[in-house]
Write a protein that binds this ligand. Structure first.
Ligand SMILES: [Zn+2]
Length: 325
């Protein structure tokens, strides 16, 4: 495609991947490098500052595979200079209203997208390309997905004009690959569910998650249409945020609890060499406390401090303590 006239970006968006755990091995990914893109959207020429993560575990299937911000593709597809919203906008005048290229150009200019007629022609080609994407026929994409072994679906709904068609785009976050695009009059649940199952069936690999970053009404429709599939972006993000204060409190509680039971070693020493039943009970108590201390939880869902508290107040220890003291 011919380069769009170089225009200075008027909007800057910093995008970071929501996911920090490697999709292949689950270990933390590094914020490895930065990338930049300029995209022409309906809101203006947008500079995207992107943080790209990569897994640094050599044995991992995802070793050094770039993981780009999930939201990047909702602005524009890879190698596209124009935003998906611009492409979505030209569909209606072209196919529902049968407008000519100069008319569509006027339409775009009125929406502050400065383009030449030639660019409009290219954009129309992109629109056709998008809607013609058929996962089942595309062996190159099939190969990419098979090599990955899984997909993380991102579903974006673009509705440039209220009441008009929504351009639905389903892409794979791991490869950035477009999987399906459809223009639908409504955001009806059954339509979305049908789109998703079409993609799911054609992928040939498991769907590890679904992400949507669309407008609010659209996001709700997606959530209703895709029950049972982890809604990863939101869930992960909120869980992590929600767990932060709990994690902090839990860490403090754990330290305090450990302080309280630090005397165990001293008690053990006091009964060293003794073989009477009382000494046996003391040793039993001490070893129960020891194993409770060393048994860590995994935040955020399994808090160490709470676990320690539960274990220290468990029946076995209390009984042993009652017998001993
Ligand atoms: Zn990994």
């Amino acid at each position: 495609m011919k380069k769009a006239k170089t225009a200075e970006p008027t909007i800057t968006r910093d995008l970071t991947p929501e996911r920090a755990a490697c999709p292949y091995c689950g270990r933390p990914m590094w914020a490895d490098y930065a990338a930049r893109r300029t995209v022409h959207t309906l809101t203006g020429v947008t500079r995207l500052n992107l943080t790209v993560r990569r897994c640094r575990t050599a044995a991992c299937a995802g070793y050094k595979k770039p993981y780009r911000p999930e939201a990047e593709g909702s602005f524009a597809l890879p190698r596209h200079e124009f935003g998906l919203d611009v492409i979505a906008l030209i569909g209606r005048p072209r196919y529902a209203e049968h407008r000519s290229v100069p008319e569509i150009r006027t339409h775009l200019v009125a929406r502050n997208v400065s383009v030449s007629e030639r660019t409009v022609t290219n954009l129309l080609d992109r629109y056709d390309e998008l809607l013609a994407t058929s996962l089942t026929d595309d062996h190159r994409v099939q190969k990419v997905l098979a090599a990955q072994g899984k997909v993380i679906l991102a579903l974006d709904g673009l509705q440039p004009d209220v009441g008009h068609e929504v351009l639905w785009v389903i892409r794979d976050v791991l490869s950035g690959q477009l999987l399906l695009a459809k223009s639908l009059l409504s955001a009806r649940n059954q339509d979305l569910a049908a789109l998703r199952s079409a993609v799911k069936g054609a992928c040939g690999v498991p769907v590890a998650g679904v992400i949507s970053d669309g407008q609010h009404s659209i996001r709700k429709a997606v959530a209703r249409a895709l029950p049972g599939v982890p809604y990863q972006l939101c869930q992960f993000h909120y869980l992590r945020e929600a767990a932060k204060p709990i994690y902090e409190a839990d860490r403090h509680a754990k330290v305090a609890l450990k302080k309280k039971v630090r005397g165990v070693r001293q008690i053990e020493r006091q009964v060293e060499g003794r073989t009477d039943p009382e000494a046996g009970a003391v040793r039993g108590y001490c070893s129960a406390v020891r194993s409770a201390i060393t048994d860590d939880g995994r935040p955020p869902l399994d808090a160490s401090g709470l676990k320690l508290h539960a274990r220290l107040s468990c029946e076995a220890i209390r009984e042993a303590a009652a017998r001993t003291f």
